[in-house]
Design a protein around this ligand. Sequence first.
Ligand code: SAM
Length: 390
Amino acid sequence: MKILRDQRGAFAKLIYVDPPYGTGRRFTFDDRLAPAATRTRRDARHASWLSMLYSRLAVARDLLVPNGVVAVSIDDRRVHQVRMLLDELYGDEEFVGCIAVRTNPRGKGLRRHVATNHEYLVIYAKDRRAPEVMRGPRLGPEEAASHYRHSDERGRYAIHPLRGTDHRRRRDDQPSMFYPLFVDPATGRVASRRRRPFIVCVYPEAVGGEQRDGVWCWGHERASRNAHLLFAKRSQRGVWRVYRKTYAEEEPTLSRATSIWTDPVFSYAAGKRAADTAVGRHVFEFAKPVELLRRLVEMTTRRGTHDVALDLFAGSGALAEALAAANAADSGNRRVVAIQTRDAIDVASAAYSAGYRTIADICRARMRRACAPVKMSMRTYRVVPADPAG
Ligand SMILES: C[S@@+](CC[C@H](N)C(=O)[O-])C[C@H]1O[C@@H](n2cnc3c(N)ncnc32)[C@H](O)[C@@H]1O
Protein backbone atom coordinates (compact mmCIF):
# COMPACT_ATOMS: atom_id res chain seq x y z
CA MET A 1 0.00 0.00 0.00
CA LYS A 2 2.84 2.35 0.80
CA ILE A 3 4.38 1.67 -2.58
CA LEU A 4 1.05 2.49 -4.24
CA ARG A 5 0.80 5.67 -2.20
CA ASP A 6 4.32 6.77 -3.08
CA GLN A 7 4.05 5.92 -6.77
CA ARG A 8 0.40 6.59 -7.63
CA GLY A 9 -0.86 8.98 -4.95
CA ALA A 10 -4.67 9.20 -4.86
CA PHE A 11 -6.00 6.93 -7.60
CA ALA A 12 -8.84 4.77 -6.20
CA LYS A 13 -12.54 5.63 -6.59
CA LEU A 14 -13.53 2.64 -4.45
CA ILE A 15 -11.49 0.86 -1.80
CA TYR A 16 -13.01 -2.40 -0.68
CA VAL A 17 -11.96 -3.95 2.61
CA ASP A 18 -12.92 -7.50 3.60
CA PRO A 19 -10.47 -8.12 6.44
CA PRO A 20 -9.48 -11.55 7.72
CA TYR A 21 -11.35 -12.26 10.97
CA GLY A 22 -10.01 -13.79 14.17
CA THR A 23 -10.30 -17.54 14.24
CA GLY A 24 -9.44 -17.98 17.90
CA ARG A 25 -5.72 -18.15 17.29
CA ARG A 26 -3.44 -15.16 17.73
CA PHE A 27 -3.26 -12.92 14.73
CA THR A 28 0.15 -12.61 13.25
CA PHE A 29 0.21 -9.71 10.90
CA ASP A 30 3.14 -8.03 9.38
CA ASP A 31 2.60 -4.87 11.32
CA ARG A 32 5.17 -2.62 9.71
CA LEU A 33 2.27 -0.33 8.78
CA ALA A 34 1.01 -0.17 12.37
CA PRO A 35 2.12 2.49 14.86
CA ALA A 36 4.57 1.01 17.38
CA ALA A 37 2.50 2.18 20.37
CA THR A 38 -0.37 -0.14 19.45
CA ARG A 39 1.80 -3.24 19.49
CA THR A 40 2.13 -3.41 23.26
CA ARG A 41 -1.51 -3.65 24.32
CA ARG A 42 -2.43 -6.39 26.76
CA ASP A 43 -5.13 -7.89 24.65
CA ALA A 44 -2.64 -8.76 21.97
CA ARG A 45 -4.95 -10.62 19.64
CA HIS A 46 -7.53 -7.90 19.58
CA ALA A 47 -5.05 -5.09 19.46
CA SER A 48 -3.16 -6.72 16.66
CA TRP A 49 -6.32 -7.05 14.55
CA LEU A 50 -7.30 -3.44 15.22
CA SER A 51 -3.78 -2.17 14.54
CA MET A 52 -3.63 -4.12 11.32
CA LEU A 53 -6.90 -2.62 10.16
CA TYR A 54 -6.25 0.88 11.49
CA SER A 55 -2.97 1.23 9.68
CA ARG A 56 -4.41 -0.02 6.38
CA LEU A 57 -7.49 2.18 6.57
CA ALA A 58 -5.24 5.15 7.31
CA VAL A 59 -3.08 4.60 4.24
CA ALA A 60 -6.21 3.79 2.20
CA ARG A 61 -7.49 7.33 2.77
CA ASP A 62 -4.44 8.72 0.96
CA LEU A 63 -5.17 6.44 -1.99
CA LEU A 64 -8.74 7.69 -2.50
CA VAL A 65 -9.56 10.28 -5.14
CA PRO A 66 -11.50 13.29 -3.75
CA ASN A 67 -14.92 11.71 -4.41
CA GLY A 68 -13.78 8.20 -3.48
CA VAL A 69 -15.36 5.86 -0.94
CA VAL A 70 -14.14 3.10 1.32
CA ALA A 71 -16.46 0.14 1.96
CA VAL A 72 -15.76 -2.41 4.69
CA SER A 73 -17.47 -5.80 4.97
CA ILE A 74 -17.78 -6.71 8.62
CA ASP A 75 -19.94 -8.80 10.94
CA ASP A 76 -22.05 -7.74 13.92
CA ARG A 77 -19.31 -8.58 16.45
CA ARG A 78 -16.84 -6.06 15.06
CA VAL A 79 -18.95 -3.47 13.30
CA HIS A 80 -18.76 -0.99 16.21
CA GLN A 81 -14.96 -1.13 16.21
CA VAL A 82 -14.79 -0.57 12.48
CA ARG A 83 -17.16 2.40 12.79
CA MET A 84 -14.93 3.91 15.48
CA LEU A 85 -11.80 3.43 13.39
CA LEU A 86 -13.48 5.04 10.39
CA ASP A 87 -14.93 7.88 12.47
CA GLU A 88 -11.44 8.64 13.69
CA LEU A 89 -9.67 8.33 10.34
CA TYR A 90 -12.30 9.73 7.93
CA GLY A 91 -14.50 11.76 10.32
CA ASP A 92 -18.03 10.87 11.41
CA GLU A 93 -19.39 13.51 9.01
CA GLU A 94 -18.10 11.35 6.16
CA PHE A 95 -20.25 8.39 7.17
CA VAL A 96 -22.27 7.40 4.09
CA GLY A 97 -24.17 4.37 5.35
CA CYS A 98 -24.14 1.04 7.15
CA ILE A 99 -25.95 -1.48 4.99
CA ALA A 100 -27.22 -4.74 6.49
CA VAL A 101 -26.83 -7.50 3.91
CA ARG A 102 -28.65 -10.80 4.38
CA THR A 103 -25.78 -13.12 3.57
CA ASN A 104 -27.10 -16.30 5.09
CA PRO A 105 -30.87 -16.64 4.83
CA ARG A 106 -31.00 -19.53 7.33
CA GLY A 107 -28.66 -18.04 9.95
CA LYS A 108 -25.34 -19.31 11.25
CA GLY A 109 -25.52 -22.45 13.34
CA LEU A 110 -22.68 -21.51 15.68
CA ARG A 111 -24.26 -18.94 17.96
CA ARG A 112 -26.30 -20.20 20.84
CA HIS A 113 -28.97 -17.52 21.16
CA VAL A 114 -29.22 -15.58 17.94
CA ALA A 115 -28.83 -17.09 14.48
CA THR A 116 -27.05 -14.28 12.70
CA ASN A 117 -28.02 -14.08 9.07
CA HIS A 118 -26.60 -10.74 8.04
CA GLU A 119 -23.41 -8.76 7.93
CA TYR A 120 -22.62 -5.15 7.22
CA LEU A 121 -21.18 -3.05 4.49
CA VAL A 122 -19.92 0.12 6.20
CA ILE A 123 -19.30 2.97 3.77
CA TYR A 124 -17.43 6.25 4.34
CA ALA A 125 -16.49 8.90 1.81
CA LYS A 126 -13.33 10.94 1.59
CA ASP A 127 -15.63 13.93 1.09
CA ARG A 128 -19.33 13.13 1.25
CA ARG A 129 -20.24 16.43 -0.43
CA ALA A 130 -18.03 15.87 -3.50
CA PRO A 131 -19.87 15.23 -6.79
CA GLU A 132 -20.70 11.67 -7.84
CA VAL A 133 -19.65 9.95 -4.66
CA MET A 134 -22.30 7.29 -5.13
CA ARG A 135 -25.56 6.58 -6.90
CA GLY A 136 -28.44 4.21 -6.21
CA PRO A 137 -28.39 0.54 -7.19
CA ARG A 138 -30.02 -1.46 -9.95
CA LEU A 139 -32.30 -3.88 -8.10
CA GLY A 140 -32.05 -7.65 -8.28
CA PRO A 141 -35.17 -9.63 -9.35
CA GLU A 142 -36.52 -10.35 -5.85
CA GLU A 143 -35.93 -6.82 -4.58
CA ALA A 144 -37.48 -5.38 -7.74
CA ALA A 145 -40.61 -7.48 -7.17
CA SER A 146 -41.01 -6.21 -3.62
CA HIS A 147 -40.08 -2.60 -4.47
CA TYR A 148 -42.32 -2.22 -7.54
CA ARG A 149 -45.38 -3.80 -5.97
CA HIS A 150 -48.10 -2.35 -8.16
CA SER A 151 -48.79 -2.64 -11.83
CA ASP A 152 -50.92 -1.02 -14.51
CA GLU A 153 -50.95 -0.92 -18.29
CA ARG A 154 -47.52 0.81 -18.30
CA GLY A 155 -45.87 -1.86 -16.15
CA ARG A 156 -44.72 -2.37 -12.56
CA TYR A 157 -44.39 0.66 -10.34
CA ALA A 158 -43.67 1.80 -6.78
CA ILE A 159 -45.51 4.60 -5.01
CA HIS A 160 -44.04 7.34 -2.86
CA PRO A 161 -45.68 10.28 -1.08
CA LEU A 162 -45.24 13.50 -3.06
CA ARG A 163 -44.84 15.48 0.13
CA GLY A 164 -41.24 15.95 1.29
CA THR A 165 -40.54 13.38 4.00
CA ASP A 166 -37.78 15.27 5.81
CA HIS A 167 -39.41 16.73 8.92
CA ARG A 168 -36.91 19.62 8.90
CA ARG A 169 -38.10 20.88 5.52
CA ARG A 170 -41.08 23.19 6.00
CA ARG A 171 -43.01 25.72 3.97
CA ASP A 172 -41.01 28.62 5.44
CA ASP A 173 -37.70 27.01 4.40
CA GLN A 174 -38.72 26.27 0.80
CA PRO A 175 -41.67 28.46 -0.15
CA SER A 176 -41.42 27.49 -3.85
CA MET A 177 -42.14 23.85 -2.95
CA PHE A 178 -45.39 24.81 -1.27
CA TYR A 179 -48.26 25.17 -3.75
CA PRO A 180 -51.71 23.64 -4.29
CA LEU A 181 -52.48 20.62 -6.47
CA PHE A 182 -55.98 19.74 -7.68
CA VAL A 183 -57.65 16.35 -7.48
CA ASP A 184 -60.51 14.84 -9.43
CA PRO A 185 -62.40 13.23 -6.49
CA ALA A 186 -64.08 10.67 -8.75
CA THR A 187 -60.85 9.17 -10.16
CA GLY A 188 -58.01 10.40 -7.89
CA ARG A 189 -56.23 11.94 -10.90
CA VAL A 190 -54.18 15.07 -10.17
CA ALA A 191 -53.65 18.34 -12.07
CA SER A 192 -51.40 21.28 -11.34
CA ARG A 193 -54.16 23.88 -12.08
CA ARG A 194 -57.78 24.08 -11.04
CA ARG A 195 -60.17 23.12 -13.84
CA ARG A 196 -63.11 20.73 -14.02
CA PRO A 197 -63.13 17.95 -12.83
CA PHE A 198 -60.00 18.72 -10.73
CA ILE A 199 -61.79 20.63 -8.03
CA VAL A 200 -60.35 19.42 -4.70
CA CYS A 201 -57.44 21.60 -3.62
CA VAL A 202 -54.60 19.77 -1.76
CA TYR A 203 -51.62 21.31 0.03
CA PRO A 204 -48.58 19.39 1.32
CA GLU A 205 -48.91 18.21 4.87
CA ALA A 206 -45.84 18.57 7.06
CA VAL A 207 -44.32 15.39 8.45
CA GLY A 208 -45.80 15.16 11.92
CA GLY A 209 -49.21 16.03 10.61
CA GLU A 210 -49.62 19.81 10.61
CA GLN A 211 -51.79 20.74 7.67
CA ARG A 212 -50.54 23.28 5.13
CA ASP A 213 -47.06 23.49 6.60
CA GLY A 214 -45.07 21.00 4.55
CA VAL A 215 -43.49 21.02 1.07
CA TRP A 216 -43.82 18.83 -2.02
CA CYS A 217 -40.65 17.07 -3.17
CA TRP A 218 -41.25 18.23 -6.77
CA GLY A 219 -41.43 21.86 -7.86
CA HIS A 220 -44.57 23.14 -9.61
CA GLU A 221 -43.10 22.89 -13.10
CA ARG A 222 -42.05 19.26 -12.62
CA ALA A 223 -45.44 18.39 -11.11
CA SER A 224 -47.27 19.87 -14.11
CA ARG A 225 -45.00 18.08 -16.57
CA ASN A 226 -45.42 14.76 -14.77
CA ALA A 227 -49.02 15.03 -13.61
CA HIS A 228 -49.68 11.65 -15.29
CA LEU A 229 -47.42 10.06 -12.65
CA LEU A 230 -49.42 11.54 -9.77
CA PHE A 231 -52.54 10.24 -8.09
CA ALA A 232 -54.41 11.04 -4.89
CA LYS A 233 -56.03 8.89 -2.22
CA ARG A 234 -58.40 9.89 0.51
CA SER A 235 -57.39 8.77 4.01
CA GLN A 236 -59.81 7.38 6.58
CA ARG A 237 -59.85 10.83 8.18
CA GLY A 238 -61.08 12.21 4.84
CA VAL A 239 -57.75 13.95 4.00
CA TRP A 240 -56.57 13.79 0.36
CA ARG A 241 -52.91 12.84 -0.08
CA VAL A 242 -50.91 12.95 -3.30
CA TYR A 243 -48.53 10.18 -4.38
CA ARG A 244 -46.12 9.73 -7.27
CA LYS A 245 -45.44 6.56 -9.23
CA THR A 246 -41.99 5.39 -10.30
CA TYR A 247 -41.98 2.72 -13.01
CA ALA A 248 -39.39 -0.07 -12.93
CA GLU A 249 -38.83 0.26 -16.68
CA GLU A 250 -37.96 3.93 -16.44
CA GLU A 251 -35.56 3.76 -13.55
CA PRO A 252 -32.19 2.35 -14.60
CA THR A 253 -31.10 2.68 -10.96
CA LEU A 254 -32.80 3.76 -7.76
CA SER A 255 -31.93 7.27 -6.67
CA ARG A 256 -30.51 5.99 -3.37
CA ALA A 257 -29.66 2.64 -1.87
CA THR A 258 -31.75 1.41 1.02
CA SER A 259 -29.98 0.18 4.12
CA ILE A 260 -31.17 -3.45 4.11
CA TRP A 261 -30.27 -5.72 1.19
CA THR A 262 -32.00 -9.07 1.12
CA ASP A 263 -31.80 -10.45 -2.41
CA PRO A 264 -30.75 -14.14 -2.39
CA VAL A 265 -27.96 -13.32 -4.85
CA PHE A 266 -26.14 -11.70 -1.90
CA SER A 267 -25.93 -14.95 0.07
CA TYR A 268 -22.64 -16.62 0.96
CA ALA A 269 -23.87 -19.75 -0.79
CA ALA A 270 -24.00 -17.72 -4.02
CA GLY A 271 -20.50 -16.36 -3.28
CA LYS A 272 -19.09 -19.84 -2.79
CA ARG A 273 -20.73 -21.11 -5.97
CA ALA A 274 -19.29 -18.21 -7.97
CA ALA A 275 -15.77 -18.81 -6.63
CA ASP A 276 -16.01 -22.54 -7.35
CA THR A 277 -17.17 -21.87 -10.90
CA ALA A 278 -14.50 -19.24 -11.43
CA VAL A 279 -11.58 -21.52 -10.59
CA GLY A 280 -13.11 -24.81 -11.62
CA ARG A 281 -13.60 -26.42 -8.20
CA HIS A 282 -14.19 -25.72 -4.53
CA VAL A 283 -11.03 -24.01 -3.35
CA PHE A 284 -12.03 -21.00 -1.27
CA GLU A 285 -14.27 -20.91 1.80
CA PHE A 286 -15.11 -17.27 2.40
CA ALA A 287 -15.62 -15.73 -1.01
CA LYS A 288 -17.94 -12.74 -1.09
CA PRO A 289 -21.00 -12.94 -3.34
CA VAL A 290 -20.08 -11.46 -6.72
CA GLU A 291 -23.49 -9.77 -7.11
CA LEU A 292 -23.04 -7.94 -3.82
CA LEU A 293 -19.68 -6.56 -4.93
CA ARG A 294 -20.98 -5.83 -8.40
CA ARG A 295 -23.69 -3.66 -6.87
CA LEU A 296 -21.07 -1.86 -4.80
CA VAL A 297 -18.89 -1.34 -7.89
CA GLU A 298 -21.82 -0.09 -9.98
CA MET A 299 -22.92 2.31 -7.26
CA THR A 300 -19.49 3.84 -6.71
CA THR A 301 -17.73 3.80 -10.10
CA ARG A 302 -18.80 4.85 -13.59
CA ARG A 303 -18.45 3.07 -16.88
CA GLY A 304 -16.43 5.40 -19.07
CA THR A 305 -14.06 7.07 -16.66
CA HIS A 306 -11.31 4.47 -16.03
CA ASP A 307 -12.35 4.48 -12.36
CA VAL A 308 -10.19 2.19 -10.25
CA ALA A 309 -11.38 -0.13 -7.47
CA LEU A 310 -8.76 -1.30 -4.98
CA ASP A 311 -9.29 -4.50 -3.00
CA LEU A 312 -7.10 -4.52 0.11
CA PHE A 313 -7.72 -8.18 1.04
CA ALA A 314 -8.48 -9.77 -2.28
CA GLY A 315 -8.76 -13.42 -1.14
CA SER A 316 -10.22 -15.33 -4.08
CA GLY A 317 -10.52 -12.14 -6.18
CA ALA A 318 -14.31 -11.76 -5.98
CA LEU A 319 -14.17 -7.95 -6.34
CA ALA A 320 -12.17 -8.24 -9.56
CA GLU A 321 -14.74 -10.65 -10.97
CA ALA A 322 -17.55 -8.29 -9.94
CA LEU A 323 -15.82 -5.37 -11.62
CA ALA A 324 -15.28 -7.37 -14.81
CA ALA A 325 -19.00 -8.27 -14.74
CA ALA A 326 -19.91 -4.58 -14.37
CA ASN A 327 -17.64 -3.73 -17.32
CA ALA A 328 -19.20 -6.53 -19.37
CA ALA A 329 -22.71 -5.26 -18.62
CA ASP A 330 -22.16 -1.64 -19.60
CA SER A 331 -19.01 -1.81 -21.77
CA GLY A 332 -17.19 0.04 -19.03
CA ASN A 333 -13.46 0.64 -18.68
CA ARG A 334 -13.16 0.39 -14.91
CA ARG A 335 -9.91 -1.04 -13.56
CA VAL A 336 -9.08 -3.03 -10.46
CA VAL A 337 -6.05 -3.42 -8.21
CA ALA A 338 -6.11 -6.45 -5.91
CA ILE A 339 -3.70 -6.93 -3.00
CA GLN A 340 -3.25 -10.42 -1.60
CA THR A 341 -0.57 -11.88 0.65
CA ARG A 342 1.10 -15.13 -0.37
CA ASP A 343 -0.66 -17.05 2.44
CA ALA A 344 0.16 -20.75 2.04
CA ILE A 345 -2.62 -23.19 1.33
CA ASP A 346 -3.17 -26.16 3.59
CA VAL A 347 -1.65 -29.26 2.01
CA ALA A 348 -4.76 -31.28 2.89
CA SER A 349 -7.10 -28.92 1.01
CA ALA A 350 -8.84 -29.31 -2.33
CA ALA A 351 -7.10 -26.15 -3.48
CA TYR A 352 -3.69 -27.73 -2.84
CA SER A 353 -4.58 -30.84 -4.80
CA ALA A 354 -5.83 -28.57 -7.59
CA GLY A 355 -2.28 -27.20 -7.82
CA TYR A 356 -2.64 -23.93 -5.90
CA ARG A 357 0.05 -23.21 -3.35
CA THR A 358 -0.94 -19.76 -2.07
CA ILE A 359 -4.20 -17.79 -1.85
CA ALA A 360 -2.59 -15.31 -4.24
CA ASP A 361 -2.42 -18.15 -6.82
CA ILE A 362 -6.19 -18.68 -6.53
CA CYS A 363 -6.78 -14.94 -6.79
CA ARG A 364 -4.63 -14.63 -9.89
CA ALA A 365 -6.33 -17.58 -11.59
CA ARG A 366 -9.79 -16.17 -10.87
CA MET A 367 -8.84 -12.70 -12.06
CA ARG A 368 -7.33 -14.08 -15.25
CA ARG A 369 -10.54 -15.95 -16.05
CA ALA A 370 -12.75 -12.98 -15.20
CA CYS A 371 -10.70 -10.42 -17.14
CA ALA A 372 -10.21 -12.34 -20.39
CA PRO A 373 -13.79 -12.16 -21.75
CA VAL A 374 -13.90 -8.38 -21.33
CA LYS A 375 -10.38 -7.94 -22.67
CA MET A 376 -9.01 -6.43 -19.47
CA SER A 377 -5.26 -6.96 -19.44
CA MET A 378 -3.63 -8.08 -16.24
CA ARG A 379 -0.25 -7.59 -14.57
CA THR A 380 1.06 -9.19 -11.38
CA TYR A 381 3.57 -7.56 -9.05
CA ARG A 382 5.27 -9.29 -6.19
CA VAL A 383 6.30 -7.07 -3.29
CA VAL A 384 9.52 -8.13 -1.63
CA PRO A 385 10.78 -6.39 1.53
CA ALA A 386 13.88 -4.29 0.83
CA ASP A 387 15.33 -5.55 4.10
CA PRO A 388 14.26 -9.18 4.53
CA ALA A 389 15.16 -9.05 8.21
CA GLY A 390 13.01 -5.97 8.79
C1 SAM B 1 -11.99 -12.41 4.34
S1 SAM B 1 -10.79 -12.82 3.19
C2 SAM B 1 -11.19 -11.89 1.75
C3 SAM B 1 -12.11 -12.62 0.84
C4 SAM B 1 -12.37 -11.91 -0.45
N1 SAM B 1 -13.12 -10.69 -0.27
C5 SAM B 1 -13.15 -12.82 -1.39
O1 SAM B 1 -14.31 -12.58 -1.61
O2 SAM B 1 -12.56 -13.78 -1.86
C6 SAM B 1 -9.38 -11.98 3.79
C7 SAM B 1 -8.12 -12.27 3.03
O3 SAM B 1 -7.11 -11.41 3.49
C8 SAM B 1 -5.86 -12.08 3.34
N2 SAM B 1 -4.89 -11.41 4.22
C9 SAM B 1 -4.55 -11.69 5.47
N3 SAM B 1 -3.65 -10.80 5.93
C10 SAM B 1 -3.42 -9.94 4.94
C11 SAM B 1 -2.60 -8.79 4.79
N4 SAM B 1 -1.83 -8.37 5.79
N5 SAM B 1 -2.63 -8.14 3.61
C12 SAM B 1 -3.42 -8.57 2.59
N6 SAM B 1 -4.21 -9.66 2.68
C13 SAM B 1 -4.21 -10.33 3.84
C14 SAM B 1 -6.16 -13.50 3.68
O4 SAM B 1 -5.26 -14.33 2.98
C15 SAM B 1 -7.60 -13.66 3.16
O5 SAM B 1 -7.57 -14.28 1.90
